[in-house]
Design a protein around this ligand. Structure first.
Ligand SMILES: [Zn+2]
Length: 302
């Protein structure tokens, strides 16, 4: 019966600041022991009873305190931070680089869901995608998504801060679709001695052939764009661009044989595979935006 006026008191206090809630918490235990007090107020006024004496003296102060404790815990105390980060399903070494570094894939989300693969680094000196992958390792994965994360498929290149692997091969010209010889060791786009000659390429070919992602994203720098695509592939690229603010602009001017994303697209059709060219650097806010975009397109029925 006394709850309604009490609620008003609490709301006023709460509006004044967080102290109300904290006080409510500390006095909750006291309340539990005093809940019988309001009931006595309904009894006839018997001035001679010791009980009424107690009530008379305690009613007003007690009600304000008690109300604060009874209403706040249920409605205004913030819920605990959600424990959204499920354990990784799997962490697997999918290959070893020329210099012996592990190439690792981490699987998160829901087994049996839509398989989405993200590769943070293929060119070793274009590694700001790692900031996006960092977030994807901890953000909650939407239901129905089977998320695979390969931070770096070129760990030797990352370690040396160079584009190529330790054999000086541009891994993004080494994949076994439309492969062609380009350059010699030392050239920035040296394609290697043959298609899929490099252990890093072989590791990714094996992984992608096995898990057959529905969507694959490859991060590069620093052209700041997404090339247009066709059909469903193009729709998903447009969506990613919309979510991140990247322009959809063709990438031209190079020799594009043995490209990883192209090999993958041909391999997983009707799955899609596309390159995201980040800018010269990625701010924390941009990394947040890109990670959210990955999870959005991963969960949207496109
Ligand atoms: Zn690149």
């Amino acid at each position: 019966m006394l709850r309604r006026p009490v609620l008003i008191v609490c709301a006023v206090i709460a509006a004044a600041g967080p102290a109300c809630a904290s006080e409510a918490v500390t006095s909750a235990a006291t309340l539990a022991g005093t809940t019988t007090i309001p009931a006595t107020t309904t009894s006839p006024a018997t001035t001679t009873s010791p009980a009424t004496t107690i009530l008379a003296t305690t009613t007003i102060p007690a009600t304000t305190t008690i109300l604060a404790t009874t209403t706040i815990p249920a409605t205004t105390i913030p819920a605990p931070a959600p424990t959204t980060t499920a354990p990784d399903i799997e962490s697997r070494v999918v290959g070893t680089s020329v210099e012996g570094r592990d190439i690792t894939a981490v699987r998160r989300g829901e087994v049996g869901g839509r398989v989405v693969l993200v590769i943070g680094v293929i060119h070793g000196d274009e590694n700001d995608g790692l900031a996006i992958l960092d977030r994807l390792h901890s953000l909650p994965v939407p239901p129905g998504v089977d998320l695979w994360l390969v931070d770096q498929m070129n760990p030797d290149g990352v370690a040396a801060d160079v584009r190529q692997n330790a054999n000086q091969v541009d891994l993004n010209r080494n994949f076994p679709y439309d492969w062609g010889p380009i350059g010699v060791p030392g050239d920035s786009q040296y394609a290697g001695p043959s298609a899929a000659s490099e252990p890093e390429t072989q590791a990714m070919v094996a992984l992608i052939t096995e898990i057959r992602p529905d969507i694959i994203i490859w991060y590069h720098q620093d052209l700041y764009r997404i090339a247009p695509g066709k059909g469903r592939d193009g729709v998903i690229r447009e969506r990613y661009a919309e979510l991140t603010g990247l322009p959809v602009v063709s990438i031209t001017g190079g020799t594009y044989t043995g490209v990883a994303a192209t090999w993958a697209r041909r391999t997983i059709e009707p799955g899609v595979s596309f390159i995201v060219e980040l800018g010269p650097s990625v701010t924390n806010a941009e990394a947040d935006t890109h990670a959210a975009a990955v999870l959005t397109i991963a969960s949207e029925p496109i």
